[in-house]
Design a protein around this ligand. Structure first.
Ligand code: PGA
Length: 259
């Protein structure tokens, strides 16, 4: 299966002009044998989508846009919220849901995340659900971390089953919180163990085939160590996706090119 590299720009860059420049520089790298998804902040998504639309079909190949969050209602009196249909109307195909920064700073709960996933999938967006354990849990060992992740996945996917007709796909990004933005990535072997654990669990309890991404200080130097494994389908990339040269190297390396 083609690998997937997702750029999560978070609250960056500073201006719309910078966002457009970053987008154009990023997509210059040839994308062979992988899919690249760019998740820009809402405020820039329209302009980035317009730039994407203007590209020819060859330049658009293996490229898609994503949002970093979405609300659980399509329309209504929900000040400042953005619904899945609004995002879709821009041509955006993916959405990140449940990022640990939203869980931490915005107090997003599993119940809120569950509602967001349900509507986003129903509306046809491909969901990238983020899960990950804090350091205190991981210090107790991988078995304890697995149990934490199991509960998170169970609560986030409550009532979601592959048997039902949903239009959007599901990808789970395993992002240990202690590895995000710290320069301390998880070991590829532990990520692999989590990949098998999460994929098996979702298949068993939700009857769904998912893609698995690793996230947390992924960069051009370590990315191959993760994606060499068949069950690690790619990575969710924060900091490194803001440096177009570095991200370009990641695109090339995941796609099996020399760079
Ligand atoms: P990072 O962020 O690559 O900067 O560690 C990953 C993420 O939070 O998605």
């Amino acid at each position: 299966m083609r690998k997937l590299l997702v750029a999560n720009w978070k609250e960056n860059p500073k201006t719309e002009t910078d966002a457009l420049r970053l987008f154009k520089d990023t997509v210059r790298t040839k994308r062979k044998d992988l899919e690249v998804v760019i998740c820009a902040p809402f405020i820039y998504l329209g302009e980035v989508a317009a730039a994407f639309e203007k590209m020819n079909s060859v330049a658009k190949k293996n490229l898609a846009l994503g949002a970093q969050d979405v609300f659980w209602e399509d329309l209504g009196a929900f000040t400042s919220e953005v619904g899945p249909k609004m995002i879709k109307s821009l041509g955006v195909r993916y959405v990140i849901i449940g990022h640990s920064e939203r869980r931490k700073y915005l107090k997003e709960t599993d119940a809120m995340i569950n509602k967001k996933i349900k509507l986003a999938q129903k509306d046809g967006l491909n969901v990238i659900l983020c899960v990950g354990e804090p350091l205190a849990i991981r210090k107790k060992g991988i078995a304890v971390a697995k149990n934490f992740i199991k509960n998170q996945v169970k609560n986030d996917l409550m009532g979601i089953h592959g048997g039902k007709k949903t239009k959007g796909s599901l990808t789970i990004a395993y992002e240990p919180i202690w590895a995000i933005g710290t320069g301390k990535n998880d070991s590829p072997e532990d990520a692999l163990e989590m990949a098998a654990f999460i994929k098996d669990g979702v298949q068993k309890f939700h009857n769904m085939k998912i893609r698995f991404l690793y996230g947390g200080s992924a960069n051009s130097k370590n990315i191959r160590d993760f994606v060499q494994y068949k069950s690690i389908d790619g990575a969710l990339v924060g900091g490194a996706s803001l440096k177009e040269k570095e991200f370009g190297k990641m695109i090339a390396r995941v796609g099996g090119q020399k760079k």
